[in-house]
Ligand binder design. Structure first.
Ligand code: BGP
Length: 467
């Protein structure tokens, strides 16, 4: 017996910068990641996405593997500078052709495309011209880019999301200085975040004005937070973390307003976000159709009287994580009883059930897609095989956790494993692998199916019943 609805979308995901390569092929412009990853000391051992898995040139082979697996849907992102090399203005038709070909290939096998408009690779030209997310000019630029995508691909793509994980690209870009533009400025982070919400709302409005047949949503990383102890300090810190990670990022797109208490507190302490006339109405009138959640781990939260700390484990040496802490607010600490990956991410499937139920409780019967979930491991090729049993164990437990949430009333419509194929991990290089398909970087990027490939194929074929 399967808990999963009949038309449940079993899928897998990637993102343009991490998988495509072809960084300057056929007229593509540079993105902020093309530039940033080439600056010394920014990524693990200087890795970058110049070539990545070379999906740009090998998409047919990759889609054939998806078809062999029986995937119902594939989530990928469009590289903004591939189709608009300067972010606006002149269109690169070769870039449009690539996505048309990819979509055509997917549909040939009945694989439903789910498109992310922004998975972090902002055209560098927009960063140079007006400071990217810092400026309100981004709202028009993003809306024009979204309209271009809707008009060129909207006849065949029916599932769209505007942004992937705003808390990560804005938090790491503007507070912890780990992503471009590499700043430590919380006030600018909050204002940039406001521009992101407005860009999202404008794109949702355009989607409806253009009459695209389908649904549009936004993807957040979901980190359910739990207090380390029941002390009043830890409980208050945990409530704040939950507000920051969850309510701040879901309320504006699902309720059309920021959480009032947190907004007042932020405007008082940081003097941001600053609203312009019309902003409130734009958010209020453009609630989106679904939410995507990316789930990897939970957060254990403690009060933090200490200094800021932004060090994370990017080496894969277990136990080397210092942890993230925000002075006077909260600290994300290691669960003393937890089970961790080599990158110190807690493996906690119950957190996925909890996340789905928290979303359902706060936002009602909103359709939810799990847009990412997976485990980063070092998958050795041994005797020509990749026996990634930890991935299968991780997946089995997490898919069961979803079934549990569905039977308790969560409206989950699909599940996308991260990732379909091995690809670049932004700060962790190619040694942190997530795929069902192995890419042999030492041997001409040949593809090889891992053990998890056949396991997931059975999950898809039985609509989750083999669990
Ligand atoms: C999410 C991103 C993905 C992916 C994944 C795994 O935050 O949306 O792009 O990278 O996390 O993270 P990492 O590669 O850092 O292990």
């Amino acid at each position: 017996m399967s808990e999963f609805p009949k038309d449940f979308l079993w899928g897998a995901a990637t993102a343009a910068y991490q998988v495509e390569g072809g960084h300057d092929a056929d007229g593509k412009g540079p993105s902020i990641w093309d530039v940033y990853s080439h600056l010394p000391g920014t990524t693990y051992e200087g890795t970058n996405g110049d070539v990545a898995a070379d999906h740009y040139h090998r998409y047919k082979e990759d889609v054939a593997l998806m078809a062999e697996m029986g995937l119902k849907s594939y989530r990928f992102s469009i590289s903004w500078p591939r189709i608009l090399p300067k972010g606006r203005g002149e269109i690169n038709e070769a870039g449009i052709k690539f996505y048309n070909d990819l979509i055509g290939e997917l549909l040939k096998y009945d694989i439903k495309p789910m498109v992310t408009l922004y998975h972090w690779d902002l055209p560098q030209a927009l960063q140079d011209d007006f400071g990217g997310w810092d400026s309100r000019e981004i709202i028009d630029a993003f809306d024009n880019y979204a309209r271009l995508c809707f008009s060129r691909f909207g006849d065949r793509v029916t599932l769209w999301s505007t942004f992937n994980e705003p808390i990560i690209f804005l938090g790491l870009g503007y507070i912890t200085a780990k992503h471009p533009p590499g700043l430590k400025d919380p006030t600018r982070a909050i204002q940039a975040c406001h521009h992101m919400f407005l860009s999202h709302a404008r794109a949702v409005r355009s989607f409806r004005q253009l009459g695209v047949k389908g649904q549009i949503g936004l993807v957040n990383v979901m980190q359910p937070n739990d207090p380390l102890t029941q002390s009043p300090g830890d409980l208050a810190a945990c409530a704040l973390a939950e507000g920051v990670y969850t309510h701040w990022f879901f309320d504006p797109v699902l309720k059309g307003t920021y959480p009032a208490d947190l907004l007042a507190r932020t405007q008082e302490s940081l003097k941001a976000p600053v609203f312009a006339p019309g902003d409130e109405e734009l958010l209020r009138d453009n609630i989106c159709d679904f939410v995507g959640i990316n789930y990897y781990k939970r957060g254990m939260i403690e009060a933090n009287p200490d200094e800021n700390s932004y060090e994370i484990n990017t080496s894969g040496k277990k136990g080397s994580a210092v942890g993230v802490a925000f002075k006077g607010l909260f600290k994300v600490v290691k669960n003393p009883n937890g089970n961790f990956t080599d990158w110190d991410w807690e493996i906690y499937p119950d957190g996925l059930t909890a996340s789905l139920m928290r979303i359902t409780k706060r936002y009602g019967n909103i359709p939810i897609y799990i847009t990412e979930n997976g485990i980063g491991t070092k998958d050795p090729l041994e005797n020509g095989e990749i026996r990634d049993q930890p991935r299968i164990d991780y997946l089995r437990a997490h898919v069961k956790a979803i079934a549990e949430a569905i039977s308790s009333g969560a409206n989950v419509r699909g599940y996308y494993h991260w990732s379909f194929i091995d690809l670049l991990s932004w700060l962790n290089g190619y040694q942190k692998q997530y795929g069902f398909v192995y890419v042999d970087y030492k041997n001409g990027l040949t593809r090889k199916k891992k053990l998890s490939f056949s396991w997931y194929r059975k999950v898809v074929a039985t609509n989750g019943a083999i669990l």
